[in-house]
Design a protein around this ligand. Structure first.
Ligand code: FHN
Length: 449
């Protein structure tokens, strides 16, 4: 089979695995133990929803290969190009991100208007980007860099008031006890044997490190569960045991699992990947988050220039907020530890927009008007924000019975003419300028008598 065909087959496997994960055997939440979130956890969920915007970071050994030849995404290169474990391990010998500066990162994310950071502590390749005592396959023990960037990032994030979350891949292409294998990781040249329980012990030991070495952690962002869907049943993962341990170590830490299904007890919010939470059947009552790439790859790609425009990204952020979901925007830092200049520019532009319009995003919740063709709405206790994403006419009528005192254009701060009759508000003289990402009208509520 040609390399191209191998890659294609692999791609199909990956897509079919993800697709299957979405529609496969349903987990029975009733079989899982009941979960009562601690008061700290409930408070953290509110803060999470208030925060609205986070930065996702996929950074690891794979970043060095820039995704060249890897169709699914740069962080999948080990699987996509069928690189064996011993060969892949060599990447650690060259990994020396001396350009990494946690203060610069945090400044850029803060300027972008982000309130939290989610970073890959370990991706599917099994390489820990922090100082793990239960593995030598980590940045401190096996690279010339020898330092723990996660420690520095945690310090800077906490210093500047950003929350730090850890992505953690349950799927592991490196660990000898990750056996039986799932759908992926068949070309690593590992022994076809292993002790599954030992793998879980290892995973929990790493999670314990992450939750005890880096101060308060906003959340654990699990991924890769879907890899084992065919070979393991729900109980074999001992998810409840792992979730309980996390909540005991840090009750306010939120758990999300990117398993592409309905949430199960122990999880504190629901994640959506590369899509808005529009499928009502899949929506639960927990807070929501949508994660998205800026081009097509999560890890750093040297060749993928298919960047979404700032307008598209801002409109997606707004569309997510209108659906009561946070927006988690991804960047793949470069192997030298720097953020791509293209992404820095986009972050700055998003930040400029949020400086003006942040009032309509942070601390709000989606609605009360459900998403419409023209756009979405958000609200807080004083105001309803109408986000017009797609409307060229100069009047817009919206069903809204809540009595409105005044309407202003958030950009110009100028009043907007309106009429409110029989449960319908009509906004008049709207002027949508094409260069604007979104037109935001703030409707101030009439105080209750
Ligand atoms: O396979 C991963 C992928 O590399 C990336 O980490 C994304 C992020 O949401 N999640 C997985 C696919 O579902």
């Amino acid at each position: 089979m040609s390399t191209f065909n191998c890659v294609l087959l692999n791609l199909l496997l990956v897509f079919s695995s993800l697709g299957h994960a979405r529609t496969g055997v349903a987990i029975d939440p009733d079989k899982a133990q009941a979960y009562t979130p601690a008061p700290e956890n409930l408070k953290a969920r509110e803060r999470f929803q208030d925060n609205k915007f986070g930065i996702f970071l996929h950074w690891g050994l794979y970043s060095q290969l820039g995704g060249v030849g890897s169709p699914y995404g740069a962080e999948w290169i080990m699987e996509d190009l069928r690189i064996s474990g011993p060969k892949y391990k060599r990447l650690a010998e060259f990994f020396n991100p001396t350009g990494f500066d946690s203060e610069q990162w945090v400044k850029a994310f803060k300027d972008a208007g982000a309130k939290y950071i989610v970073i890959t502590s370990k991706h599917h390749d099994g390489f820990a980007m922090y100082d793990s005592k239960v593995s030598n396959f980590d940045i401190v023990d096996s690279t010339p860099y020898k330092k723990d960037p996660i420690k520095e990032l945690a310090n800077s994030a906490h210093k500047h008031g950003l929350q730090l979350f850890f992505y953690y891949s349950q799927l592991d292409w490196h660990h000898p006890d990750y056996y039986p294998w799932g759908r992926t990781g068949h070309y690593t040249k590992r022994e076809k044997s292993g002790d599954w329980e030992k793998y879980l012990q290892f995973q929990d030991a790493q999670l314990k490190e992450l939750l005890t070495q880096y101060g308060p952690i906003g959340g654990i962002w699990f991924d890769g569960w879907w890899d084992q869907e065919d070979s393991h049943n729900w109980d074999n993962w001992q998810l409840q045991r792992t979730y309980k341990m996390i909540h005991e170590l840090q009750p306010a830490t939120l758990i999300v699992n990117n398993h592409h299904r309905f949430t199960v007890p122990g999880e504190d919010y629901q994640g959506f990947e590369q899509q808005l939470p529009t499928n009502q059947e899949r929506l639960g009552k927990l807070p929501l988050e949508m994660a998205q790439t800026m081009n097509g790859s999560w890890g750093f790609s040297l060749t993928d220039d298919n960047y979404k425009t700032t307008k598209e990204l801002v409109q997606t952020l707004v569309s997510a907020a209108g659906r009561n979901a946070n927006y988690l925007l991804n960047t793949g830092p470069m192997p030298n530890g720097k953020i791509q200049p293209e992404n820095l520019k986009t972050f700055a532009e998003i930040g400029q927009w949020l400086k003006v319009f942040g009032k309509s995003i942070y601390g709000t919740r989606g609605g009360p008007i459900s998403p419409q063709n023209w756009g979405v709405s958000t609200h807080n206790n004083e105001s309803i924000f109408i986000h017009i994403l797609n409307w060229q006419a100069d009047t817009l009528s919206i069903e809204l019975a809540t009595p409105i005192k005044s309407a202003i254009n958030l950009k110009s701060s100028k009043p907007v003419n309106f009429k409110q009759l029989e449960g319908v508000i009509t906004l008049e003289n709207l002027k949508f300028e094409n260069e604007e990402y979104v037109q935001v009208i703030e409707l101030t509520l009439k105080p209750n008598d």
